[in-house]
Design a protein around this ligand. Structure first.
Ligand SMILES: Nc1ncnc2c1ncn2[C@@H]1O[C@H](COP(=O)(O)OP(=O)(O)OP(=O)(O)O)[C@@H](O)[C@H]1O
Ligand SMILES: [Mg+2]
Length: 246
């Protein structure tokens, strides 16, 4: 199993990926390979470059230098977007459209007409009862749930989720993670940014990012061991401190 995953083409790749905004280097020469069928946690402080990295990988931000590939295809690539799901940090849904209309809109963008898929995903995010409500009448957490549904409605094989569970109640958060795990078991590659440390332990592998660079990667246990700390927060401070003093 490990061997076949290692032999497979990476689902997501970054090569010397750099993104600058004027004097700010948001992503700094980052190299990355993500294997299919795994959940990766992207962890890092505010402003460390998580969202910018994701936007470069999806093809929404143009790298200053270097390249991003998804399923072997250099991004941006419009056709390849059919394979990509992206849940943005801020909700990208349309306030005047109903729950169902938002879903239909995002499904149509990705070229999906499978009504079953729309019904299924509404169940997953527990919004079936609100399907005809305009999005602006939803609570904050419900809007997050609708955003997730819109990102998943075309059953993408590569998923970028930027803090998907912010504002989601604990019961539904557990349900979401169960769903992410099922998707990965079926071969999807998931990169999920989070500041919630108990979520970090649900990931197969963690990517620690600091000032646009990859500080460390590995399982939660490996990272804690390497840093010699009892938890990921402390590992971050230790590894980040080490790097800063080098
Ligand atoms: N469009 C932009 N124009 C100028 N600077 C930007 C832009 N987008 C991001 N930045 C800067 O790039 C850096 C990385 O920002 P980014 O949003 O990627 O961080 P993040 O790790 O996602 O943070 P958070 O945890 O707060 O979401 C920050 O210094 C930010 O101010
Ligand atoms: Mg962000």
């Amino acid at each position: 199993m490990e061997q076949s995953a290692a032999a497979a083409q990476p689902a997501v790749e970054a090569r010397s990926l750099t993104k600058r905004f004027g004097a700010i280097t948001a992503v700094d020469g980052l190299d990355l390979e993500l294997s299919p069928g795994r959940i990766y946690g992207l962890l890092g402080p505010n402003g460390s470059g998580k969202t910018t990295l994701i936007r470069c990988l999806v093809g929404l931000a143009k790298p200053t230098s270097g390249e991003a590939r998804v399923l072997g295809v250099r991004m941006p690539d419009r056709e390849n977007l059919a394979n990509v799901g992206y849940m943005t940090q801020s909700d990208g849904i349309y306030a005047d459209l109903s729950v169902w209309e938002n879903l239909r809109f995002f499904a149509a963008l990705a070229g999906t007409r499978d009504k079953r898929a729309l019904d299924d995903i509404l169940d997953v995010v527990d919004l079936s009862a609100r399907r005809n409500a305009p999005a602006h009448q939803l609570s904050g957490g419900m809007r997050r749930r609708l955003s997730l549904a819109c990102a998943l409605v075309h059953r993408p094989s590569v998923l970028f989720l930027d803090e998907p569970t912010v504002g989601i109640d604990p019961a539904l958060r557990v349900q979401f993670w169960g769903y992410f795990r099922d998707l990965a078991a079926n071969g999807a590659t998931i990169l999920v940014s989070s500041h919630v440390m108990d979520e970090a332990d649900r990931c197969d592998e963690l990517l620690l990012i600091l000032r646009g660079q990859l500080l460390d990667r590995g399982s939660g246990a490996q990272i804690r061991d390497r840093a010699g700390t009892p938890n990921i927060e402390a590992a971050f401070l230790t590894l980040g401190g080490r790097e800063a003093s080098e």
